[in-house]
Write a protein that binds this ligand. Structure first.
Ligand SMILES: Nc1ncnc2c1ncn2[C@@H]1O[C@H](COP(=O)(O)OP(=O)(O)OP(=O)(O)O)[C@@H](O)[C@H]1O
Length: 378
């Protein structure tokens, strides 16, 4: 089914116009019949919570034409994500349409998405208890994400929140990029002051983020550890000032095009798709995949602005936790108030060494994320 978007409203192949319908007050929670382009659907169990959204299952109730899959994920939040502007691609979680409802007095925007039944790569990796993924698996997953990124960037957008939790696994093993809540047009970024900033390296930042994700897939933990109590700025200082690629083959370090602290020299998604690490022909037998089927994701949220880092807990919390957005600016600011004095010291943490073949190391350096303070054997 191809969605046609018209003035912010959805039409499906010229069918009936969108019909907004308020939910009926006395329906049981968890079994709400709503209207989605004249199609009724039922909200199912909760899959997980994001910073500003709740994701639940959704089932169409009158799907005789088979236009929708029998099971979808519906992401509900107080604003629309930009996914519809980016367009379809096999490596991006499919968006079937959107709907607006009023639930418990709050207006909700619902985005109907392809259901990725095997959860996120982040959750799958966590179940491996610090073990990384096999090389062939990392290679395949990275190739998929790169194709998705190429599509996003080619359409003039940057994802801006690429991380393993936003890379989902479908039941057929396909790997897809999700969560476009922070996606931005690459040519125009508006600062909080309202000033338009041009030339921000947003696509390059996506590539950097992918590099971090690749490191994480290999070593089973995040590329840069962020010690409890340390300040976010100390992490930034290390990432920006550290130029010591100790532990990586000199051949990789010396290549100007792969030394990419400078975003302009960082490889693009298109270029990385031709890197030997990705362009290799994989034997299907090598694709030893983690087979952890997830039903419910843990709660983990990304900071939306620098002020949120101090409170950001990357570890999961109880998935029963109710999503509750801040009601007002005052409430948000009050939640940030603290008597603690920031710790501006620089820690000695750095990336855990990677013992992988040279092409992989080169790939990491190309993405600007290969930093290590220990030796790596070839
Ligand atoms: N299409 C989908 N299929 C299956 N699970 C999904 C789908 N979309 C999101 N999820 C899961 O729902 C949970 C919430 O996702 P969401 O994108 O709202 O937030 P997040 O990326 O986890 O956090 P944040 O909002 O801080 O980035 C996540 O655990 C995610 O894996």
């Amino acid at each position: 089914m191809n969605n046609v978007w018209n003035s912010g409203k959805m039409e499906m192949k010229g069918k009936k116009k969108v019909m907004w319908q308020r939910i009926i007050d006395n329906l049981q929670p968890g079994y709400i019949i709503l209207t989605f382009d004249s199609m009724e659907w039922v909200r199912g169990e909760t899959i997980g919570y994001g910073s500003f959204s709740t994701v639940t299952l959704a089932t169409p109730t009158d799907n005789d034409s088979g236009e929708f899959p029998p099971l979808m994920a519906v992401k509900s939040s107080d604003s629309y994500a930009r996914q519809r502007e980016i367009g379809d691609c096999d490596e991006i979680v499919r968006c079937y349409g959107e709907d607006r409802t009023v639930e418990n007095g709050d207006e909700m925007y619902n985005l109907f998405l392809e259901y990725a039944s095997r959860g996120s790569l982040g959750s799958n990796l966590k179940k491996l208890n610090g073990e990384g993924l096999p090389e062939a698996t990392v290679c395949r997953y990275t190739g998929s994400v790169l194709r998705g990124l190429r599509h996003i960037h080619a359409n003039g957008f940057a994802h801006c929140d690429l991380k393993l939790r936003n890379i989902l696994l479908c039941c057929d093993g396909a790997v897809k990029i999700a969560d476009f809540g922070l996606a931005k047009r690459t040519e125009e970024v508006t600062a909080s002051s309202g000033v338009q900033i041009r030339g921000m390296p947003l696509s390059e930042a996506d590539v950097w983020a992918l590099g971090c994700a690749v490191v994480e897939m290999f070593i089973g933990e995040t590329a840069w550890s962020f010690k409890e109590g340390s300040h976010f700025m100390s992490l930034l200082i290390r990432m920006v000032s550290e130029r010591n690629f100790r532990g990586f083959p000199r051949t990789c370090r010396d290549k100007e095009e792969t030394f990419c602290q400078n975003p302009k020299k960082r490889w693009t998604a298109e270029m990385l798709l031709n890197h030997p690490f990705i362009a290799v022909d994989l034997d299907p037998d090598d694709l030893e995949e983690t087979d952890i089927h997830l039903k419910t994701e843990d709660v983990s949220t990304s900071p939306r602005c620098p002020f949120e880092f101090a409170d950001w807990v990357s570890a999961s919390s109880d998935s029963e936790t109710q999503y509750r957005p801040f009601d007002s600016l005052d409430e948000r600011i009050a939640s940030l108030a603290t008597d603690l004095i920031p710790d501006w010291s620089v820690t000695s943490n750095w990336v855990t060494p990677l013992k992988k073949k040279e092409s992989i190391l080169g790939f990491h350096v190309a993405m600007g994320s290969a930093h290590s303070n220990e030796s790596v054997e070839d």
